[in-house]
Write a protein that binds this ligand. Structure first.
Ligand code: ADP
Length: 653
């Protein structure tokens, strides 16, 4: 290989140079050789006259190879067309700076910035081209751009809203998320003063920003609204101071998350918590929550405090044993056993003890639940002291009522029985008196009497007969009333013979028995298909007979009488029947009273009776545990309703 014999500029004729020039020539040569850039010296046609070490190192040619080359060989083929023009321009302008792509000996393109200058070389015009490798710079720039793009992508893809503001409240940079939420483009926002963009809320934003910039401390978790075209959004914002490279605070950076949905959920949760809290404390029954692990009360409602008489502080954190609230220790044992077995108890009667020591009965329910991952016991108690007291009172009253009823029935029985004997006497003696009167009259009538005396005798006889008829009618009326009373008193005593009643058959029997009455009143009777009931046949027969009898008795002669009997099964346990007529009807003021014993609307009016038909109906139905009621309109008719226990369905039998 040919030795590199290249000599640096000004080193061509050293012997003819003075010592100083020689020295500086050496220095130039050293500079030329050690320069960090590749330096070519070429003529105006591009023929290389000299090149430094960097050229060989960078482009891979030996110095002797270079000496036979043209600078146009040093660039990639695509750039060669510019070489000639550039050389001419350089010569003309004296200097030129341009970018091109050089080429390594192995063909690798090497971007370079060329700084060319016209010089005199060995007395002739030449050009010195300093090629600075820009590959690295390009790489750096490229990397910088990539970095920047990456950061921008991250910045813009971040779901959080990010902004950077300066100390004048000017938005310098924002990401897409914030722009989108604000309903503007980043360009419309960047560079603007925030108060112009967000006039409603900027006062608060800026106060926080200033605080962060003044204190140098971040401020996190700020919950703040943002006015957007879609309405208010709620943000959770963290703000940190922005420091320049000297550590000076020159702005604030904010990261905001859209928590609108979360806030809505939280608000809803809070509302429902509030609701539950209110309900929990509004419930009149004592409720408690206690930890299963140690039995300590965790939470109690106001009713618990009020009922037990302890303060909240005295209860929370303590057990029922410590508070001694179980009236009977056995109750507690029993509840524990039941809970172990069934995991819940419902409405078990137990006794509790208030702080005052007073023991009271309660219905106790308990269940295991999980609260915050902890096994917890939920208990509800229902203080039944009042109920128990009322029950006792009711029992007492019932007892008294039964006793009074019995007394009354005995009284009615005795009175009606005892009253009947004198009545029979009166009736008998009245009959005898009548007979005696007649006999006396006929005896005297046969005697010869003066006309005046005879006339007086006839008049007295008629008067006496009339009075005796009144006595008889009164006695019969009284007898009827006493019979009614006796009947009613017997109703209360006779045991009920309950059975499933085929009401259609029963109604046929009733109508048959009343056929004459019905025909006489030219009545049209309709009976619908009736559901069965569970009742005493004879008594229910009596009920319908009484009602039909009344419907006929209290008909309205202005129109033909129509009676309809219908019924329906109202629930599984109850049937309702109705006897409906188009008779006189009952005025509102009488509707309650007609169920009273001996009450008659018009004692001397249509139909005979003692005012005991409806009380008997009511008594019978109530003995069956049913009820009666009336709907009526005067001049239009009445509907008598009876509710009775339904017969069991066939499938239940
Ligand atoms: P009584 O028929 O013997 O008078 P009730 O106790 O059966 O006694 O009836 C009480 C009163 O109710 C009757 O006097 C009558 O005025 C009224 N009443 C009963 N049923 C009817 C009816 N279907 N239509 C109009 N009024 C009636």
């Amino acid at each position: 290989m040919k030795k590199d014999t290249h000599k640096p500029p000004n080193a061509a004729k050293p012997r003819r140079q003075p010592k100083a020039r020689l020295e500086s020539g050496k220095q130039y040569q050293a500079l030329f050789e050690n320069a960090g850039d590749a330096i070519f010296i070429h003529d105006k046609g591009g023929r290389i006259l000299a090149a430094n070490t960097m050229v060989c190192k960078h482009y891979g040619y030996t110095r002797s190879e270079l000496m036979s080359m043209n600078v146009s060989h040093m660039v990639i083929p695509e750039k060669r067309i510019h070489v000639k023009k550039r050389l001419a321009r350089m010569m003309q302008q004296g200097s030129l700076k341009f970018e091109t792509v050089c080429r390594h000996k192995d063909g690798t393109p090497l971007p370079a910035e060329v700084n060319a200058r016209r010089i005199t070389w060995n007395g002739r015009a030449a050009i010195m081209s300093i090629c600075r490798d820009t590959g690295e710079r390009h790489k750096l720039t490229e990397e910088l751009r990539r970095n920047h793009d990456e950061l921008q992508t991250i910045f813009d893809s971040c779901p959080a809203m990010i902004f950077f503001k300066d100390t004048d409240n000017r938005l310098i940079r924002i990401n897409k998320a914030l722009a989108a939420a604000s309903g503007m483009s980043p360009e419309e926002i960047e560079g603007k003063i925030a108060s112009e963009l967000y006039p409603h809320h900027d006062e608060h934003y800026w106060a926080d920003d200033k605080q962060v910039m003044e204190t140098g401390q971040p401020k996190t978790g700020i919950i703040e609204p943002l006015q957007t075209p879609a309405g208010i959004k709620w943000l959770q914002t963290d703000k940190v101071p922005y420091r320049d490279k000297n550590g000076r605070i020159t702005g604030v950076i904010g990261f905001a998350l859209d928590i609108t949905e979360r806030k809505k959920m939280e608000d809803k949760l809070r509302e429902s918590e509030q609701l539950l809290y209110t309900a929990f404390h509004a419930v009149a029954n004592p409720i408690s929550l206690s930890a299963v692990k140690d039995g300590c009360f965790i939470e109690i409602n106001n009713a618990f405090v009020d009922t037990m008489g302890f303060s909240r502080e005295e209860i929370i954190g303590h057990t029922s044993l410590e508070l001694n609230i179980w009236g009977n220790p056995e109750d507690r044992q029993r509840m524990v056993q039941l809970l172990r077995r069934d995991h819940q108890v419902a409405d078990v009667e137990v006794n509790f003890r208030r702080k005052s020591g007073e023991v009271f009965p309660a219905l106790f329910s308990a269940k295991f639940v999980e609260i915050n991952g902890q096994p917890t016991m939920l208990t509800v108690a229902h203080d039944i002291s009042d109920f128990k007291k009322a029950e006792k009172e009711r029992e007492k009253l019932n007892h008294e009522l039964n006793r009074t009823n019995q007394e009354l029935e005995t009284l009615i029985r005795i009175v009606s029985h005892d009253l009947r004997s004198p009545l029979v006497n009166i009736q008998g003696f009245n009959h005898l008196l009548n007979k005696a009167c007649d006999a006396l009259f006929h005896t005297l009538a046969d005697a010869a009497l003066p006309d005046e005396t005879r006339q007086a005798l006839v008049a007295s006889h008629e008067k006496a007969q009339k009075s005796m008829r009144f006595i008889n009618a009164g006695v019969e009326k009284m007898n009827g009333l006493i019979c009614g009373l006796l009947h009613l008193s017997r109703l209360g005593r006779a045991p009920l013979v309950l059975q499933s009643l085929d009401m259609n058959a029963l109604m046929r029997a009733v109508l048959e028995a009343m056929a004459f009455q019905i025909r006489m009143a030219a009545t049209e009777v309709t009976v619908d298909a009736l559901p069965e009931c569970r009742a005493d046949m004879a008594l229910i027969n009596q009920v319908f007979s009484n009602l039909l009898d009344n419907a006929i008795k209290y008909r309205d002669n202005a129109r033909p009488l129509r009676i309809r009997v219908w019924g329906r099964r109202e629930t599984d346990a109850r049937v309702v029947y109705c006897v409906e007529d188009n008779g006189q009807g009952v005025a509102p003021e009488h509707r309650q009273k007609i169920w009273n014993l001996f009450y008659r609307l018009d004692p001397h009016g249509s139909g005979d009776g003692e005012g005991i038909g409806l009380p008997i109906v009511q008594r019978i139905v109530e003995r069956h545990g049913g009820e009666v009621w009336l709907e009526s309109e005067i001049g239009k008719g009445s509907r008598f309703f009876l509710a009775l226990p339904a017969a069991a369905k066939e499938t239940e039998l």
